[in-house]
Design a protein around this ligand. Structure first.
Ligand SMILES: C[S@@+](CC[C@H](N)C(=O)[O-])C[C@H]1O[C@@H](n2cnc3c(N)ncnc32)[C@H](O)[C@@H]1O
Ligand SMILES: [Zn+2]
Length: 394
């Protein structure tokens, strides 16, 4: 099929590929109006996908059959074929005929025709047609416009047991509580517009996928999660079995939040007794959920990703390392974080150097870490009155 628009060359990782010649926006979600979608800002998202898949292939120790049902110009799938050792075959698909045509050209230019198959179907039809045992995938990467929810059911049908489902959600306004009704409709959860809303957004995305999967006796568990630029992203390991699905549901819960004193508490379980008033200051409490309150990262995958990154050459190496290092520090801390400048604003004290604060809390016996979710985010289980003492005495 002939392309109906001018193209230009772009490069990412080991791939050189064509994209629409229109000038891309420097930031944000990219333009859905371009003849074929390509957003250079999502390079980091694709770098992490390559890195994760490399680590997953190493720890699963098997050849991978991979699917990208909403591929745009094909760059992500082509990068999987070129950069991930254990990838045996990649299926890329897009409903837009111009996208499928461009992806096909890019596959040929990259010399990966033997490994990458291009199709032009509705993503749900395509995934459902791979629902039979024997034609399922080890890894499905759902990177849509906005929410991945419309593709959850069909992705679960097309995923092998032991496989991984990767989800991007760019609809941060609903997930961060700017449009709570949209969040309730899409994810079945109440969001909260708090300073730690990016973590809540990731946890709502994971929680919603876990609930969807449990309906068909499938358990999902996050192996790696990040929030960068204008999106959240989760990599979920899949296992079959009613008991496993029940155990995954036991990791769902709620977050109580007091907007007056910034106190917050987890309430585990899908049907906990929600508290009406803050135990700390007596003000009415708000809440977010249901959402995932379990771990967002697997230590084993993180370590394998660190090792794999050392062998890769990527333009955004510095940023990738920075995010991974922060995640390495926060991975064992509980959910939620305080933003130090917000605490200092409330308690009218100057913010101390962040490293000094972490050190002080640790010497007082409270593990503390920064978080990749926010540059001034502090993860600690130290009680609020102790935090106040430490910050106001600094
Ligand atoms: C955000 S873009 C994908 C970007 C791509 N994953 C990447 O990393 O560059 C979303 C793509 O989904 C395609 N799309 C939208 N609805 C679809 C559907 N129902 N089935 C298949 N493709 C669809 C669009 O044509 C668009 O190319
Ligand atoms: Zn309070």
């Amino acid at each position: 099929m002939k392309l109906e628009f001018p193209t230009m060359w772009a490069e990412e990782g080991k791939a050189r590929f064509m994209v629409p010649a229109s000038k891309p926006k420097p930031q944000g979600p990219g333009s859905a109006e371009a003849p074929v979608f390509y957003n250079p800002v999502m390079e980091l998202n694709r770098d992490f996908a390559v890195l994760f898949l490399q680590a997953f292939g190493t720890s699963a120790s098997r050849e991978l059959e991979v699917c990208e049902p909403l591929t745009g110009c094909g760059v992500r799938g082509i990068r999987f074929a070129l950069e991930v050792d254990r990838v045996k075959k990649v299926w890329v698909n897009d409903l837009n005929p111009q996208a499928a045509a461009l992806a096909q050209l890019n596959v040929r230019e990259a010399g990966v025709e033997a490994k990458v198959e291009v199709s032009r179907e509705d993503a749900n039809v395509f995934l459902s047609s791979h629902g039979k045992p024997g034609s399922r995938f080890d890894y499905i990467d759902v990177d849509p416009y906005g929410s991945p929810v419309p593709y959850l059911d069909s992705s679960l049908r097309a995923l092998k047991a032991g496989g991984v489902l990767a989800l991007t959600a760019t609809d941060m306004a609903p997930l961060c509580g700017v449009h709570p009704k949209a969040c309730l409709r899409r994810y079945g959860a109440k969001p909260l517009r708090t300073e730690y809303c990016h973590e809540l957004a990731a946890r709502i995305l994971v929680g919603s996928a876990v609930l969807t999967a449990a309906r068909v006796d499938i358990a999902l568990k996050p192996l790696f999660t990040h929030s960068s630029d204008h999106y959240v992203r989760a990599y979920l390991a899949m296992e079959r079995g009613a008991g496993k699905a029940d155990r995954s549901l036991s990791q769902l819960g709620y977050f109580h939040h007091c907007f007056r004193c910034l106190s917050r508490r987890q309430a585990p379980g899908l049907f906990p007794k929600l508290e009406a008033r803050c135990k700390n200051c007596g003000s009415p409490l708000d809440y977010a959920g249901p959402l995932w309150i379990g771990k967002l990262w697997s230590r084993e995958i993180l370590e394998t990703m660190f090792k794999a990154l050392g062998k890769m050459r990527l333009r955004q190496m510095h940023r990738l390392k920075g995010v991974l290092r922060k995640i390495g520090e926060e991975a064992d801390r509980g959910p939620g974080y305080y933003v130090v400048s917000r605490l200092c604003e409330l308690w009218k004290c100057p913010p101390p150097p962040f490293a000094k604060l972490l050190q002080r809390l640790r010497t007082l016996g409270f593990p503390a870490a920064g978080t990749h979710f926010h540059p001034l985010g502090l993860k600690t289980e130290a009680p609020l009155d102790l935090l106040r003492r430490v910050l106001t005495e600094a």
